[in-house]
Design a protein around this ligand. Structure first.
Ligand code: IVH
Length: 673
């Protein structure tokens, strides 16, 4: 071979290798090469191009961004958490959303609100801190509490001002909005990313900001985080000022009041959504009045005063090749249809959930059927209906298994005491860590973003470590043999070092995250927070075993019979107690910070009867904002029983017997003033 073609061959090989690493990184979310090796490979390609001008390849890094996002950004806490939005799908949901707001604010049914209506751009949110007009920090959303410091990368976006000189620009403010990539700009990146959102995310997280700069990212501002001395009265006024200060805002923002007008607007907008220059997955409705927003506050990690009205899902048809049964963390058996890969609204779908046995029977879904599949946003695609005209004569009814496909245990349906019906979901009856699939799912949950948040230990890695017998219990993560990991396919010194670092970092965590991480059924993030606030110290948590007085938890507003039964069950299993004990040996769990300073600190309340001018929900929220606790039953720990109109006499009598202070609404107001 002559020299020229030899050089060309070497060059093309290098480009192919680079491309392979990029692809693995994006599809499997893992590094198959160290950062240093990656940079050297890229550099050698660029050097070859410099030396030989006949070298020119469409996938060359000189034409493309590197696209290996870094995982090693510094992290920083958001001064005000970055929240999510609850979803609305139809008019009934919308009516319900508004009704809840009116109930909370104790307003009449006919009251009218102004809503700020904004397109929900499907990008990546970012928070920009400005001090005296200067952009000082830019953070990604991260887990909502803590983001990555990506200031330099954000600064490459032309829509983001570095210095704002307007006189009325606040001295200290966090501006928040969406980073996105226009649909037509995405065309050139199509081979590398599944959708524009991934492309925006990947470009934003480049280690080298000159790489980010090559991508035409855009920014639209829509809200604020920390905002000292906010004098604005309305969201719509704030949006106007954002524009005057030099930010881009959406041209499609509007203010609408009536539900019917919101629905009309939604229908019209949905029709033109595909003509917009960016991907939009719905409309955001925000109560326009900031004072009302403040009164309404938050539930969980979403505001009561806003919601996302989603657009209807994209759908397509495909054939069911097989039905597989997945076993989840709580033992639920979920049937999943493996379908002929089909493109639905820009995403290739090959799995669709069938929910449960009842759903399969109701729709008579069978292997071999051609079905309609729907996909909306990030939700798992699901099968809607069967096209019976396409069913073959040999088709047979699907029979749902009666044994856990993972461990062979019997499966059961739980009886729901509230609905007096059996659950639709079949569950594996095994306990603790005896079922392989359940154990794997528990470990995945333990390391997941909202729990220990161990970077580099994604679902695929957990499976791989399981296959290699490295882990059987959550605590095994803290006694991994890194020498063995380094020898695994796709691992090297750099990725092992990264993993070590993230595992070490994960050992510092709050009590509520720890409780959530255990994956106790019915104890999600919110309930974990309630338990943690109640227990305060890790030592108190460590005392829990099967002889514990679980009924104490019934005092906590929000914890009910379902949660207590589940906790009892969890702590009656020896294996679980061992997991907790071992984990206590590895982790540095922080106690609940008792820096509450409100006027009602250390006081507990219970309300009975109707209050004046304020809903019970708002009264509770005011008490909690002032560091008071709400109890759900009368007992010796209660400090005050607040009585309104027509109180329950049984409660009043019980309180009298126990010598609990009984106060009315006026006296509560006095405590607060
Ligand atoms: S407001 C508490 N406004 O939607 C309010 N969010 O599900 C939350 N988003 O992470 C943010 N357009 O990435 C808001 N006009 C808009 C938005 C918007 C898109 C995204 C944002 C956020 C997610 C919440």
């Amino acid at each position: 071979m002559e020299e020229k073609s030899l050089i060309k061959k070497e060059y093309v090989n290098k480009i192919k290798t680079l491309k392979k690493h990029n692809e693995i990184y994006f599809s499997k979310n893992k590094s198959t090469i160290t950062d240093k090796e990656y940079d050297e490979l890229k550099f050698s390609i660029l050097e070859l191009e410099k030396k030989y001008n006949f070298l020119d390849h469409k996938d060359s890094p000189s034409k493309n961004v590197g696209f290996k996002p870094s995982k090693n950004f510094l992290k920083k806490r958001h001064k005000v958490p970055m929240l999510s939005l609850s979803n609305i799908f139809d008019k009934d949901d919308l009516i319900n959303f508004e009704k809840k707001i009116k109930n909370f604010l104790k307003l009449e049914t006919k009251a009218l609100f102004e809503y700020s209506v904004e397109p929900k751009i499907d990008g990546i949110s970012a928070s920009l801190t400005y001090q005296n007009g200067k952009l000082v920090t830019g953070l990604s959303r991260g887990d909502g509490n803590e983001g990555e410091v990506i200031t330099e990368n954000l600064k490459t976006i032309k829509d983001i001002p570095h210095l704002i000189k307007s006189k009325n620009f606040p001295n200290h403010i966090e501006i928040r909005g969406e980073v996105y990539i226009k649909k037509n700009d995405f065309e050139i990146l199509k081979d590398k990313f599944a959708n524009p959102r991934n492309a925006a995310s990947g470009s934003l997280r480049q280690k080298d900001s000159t790489e980010t700069k090559k991508i035409p990212l855009k920014f639209i501002a829509y809200t604020f985080g920390l905002f000292e001395n906010n004098k604005f009265k309305k969201q719509s006024d704030f949006l106007t000022s954002l524009k005057n200060w030099g930010f881009k805002t959406s041209n499609h923002n509007s203010v609408i009041s009536r539900i019917d007008d919101l629905i009309d607007n939604h229908q019209n907008f949905e029709k033109k959504r595909f003509q917009l220059e960016y991907d939009v997955d719905g409309l955001v409705y925000k109560i326009n009045d900031f004072e009302l927003q403040n009164r309404l506050g938050f539930v969980g990690n979403a505001p009561r005063w806003a919601a996302a009205h989603k657009f209807s899902a994209a759908y397509s048809f495909s054939k069911i090749l097989n039905i597989e049964i997945q076993v989840g963390r709580t033992g639920a058996l979920t049937p999943v249809a493996k379908v002929d890969p089909v493109n639905i609204g820009g995403v290739v779908v090959s799995n669709a959930t069938l929910h449960n046995e009842d759903e399969i029977n109701k729709k008579d879904i069978r292997i071999g059927d051609v079905v309609k599949i729907e996909r909306a946003g990030d939700v798992i695609p699901h099968v809607i209906s069967v096209d019976l005209s396409k069913r073959g004569s040999k088709s047979i009814k699907y029979k749902f298994p009666n044994k856990c496909p993972s461990c062979g245990s019997s499966v059961e349906k739980e009886f729901n005491n509230l609905t007096k019906k059996f659950d639709a979901v079949k569950r594996c009856s095994s306990e603790g860590f005896t079922c392989e699939k359940i154990s794997i799912e528990k470990i995945k949950h333990f390391v997941s973003k909202d729990a220990l948040n161990i970077d580099g230990l994604g679902k695929k890695v957990v499976e791989k470590f399981w296959e290699n017998d490295f882990i059987r219990y959550p605590q095994d993560i803290f006694r991994l043999d890194f020498k063995k990991i380094e020898k695994l396919d796709g691992w090297g010194p750099q990725s092992v070092a990264n993993l070590k670092y993230s595992i070490e970092k994960s050992k510092d965590l709050s009590l509520n995250k720890f409780i959530f991480a255990l994956g106790i059924r019915h104890i999600g993030q919110e309930n974990a927070k309630l338990l943690s606030k109640h227990l305060i110290k890790k030592e108190n948590f460590a005392k829990i075993d099967k002889n514990y007085d679980f009924d104490k938890f019934a005092n906590i507003d929000g914890i009910g019979e379902t949660q207590i039964t589940s906790l009892k069950k969890f702590f009656s299993i020896k294996e679980n107690l061992k997991v907790v004990k071992d984990l206590f040996g590895y982790l540095r769990i922080e106690n609940e910070k008792n820096n509450v300073s409100g006027k009602l600190k250390n006081l507990s309340f219970l309300i009975t009867g109707k209050l004046n001018n304020v809903s019970r929900a708002e009264a509770k929220s005011v008490i909690e904002k002032n560091s008071g606790k709400i109890l759900s039953s009368i007992n010796k720990n209660l400090n005050y029983l607040i009585i309104g109109e027509k109180p329950t006499s049984k409660k009043v009598n019980q309180a009298r017997e126990l010598g609990i202070k009984i106060i009315d609404q006026k006296e509560l107001d006095q405590l607060l003033s």
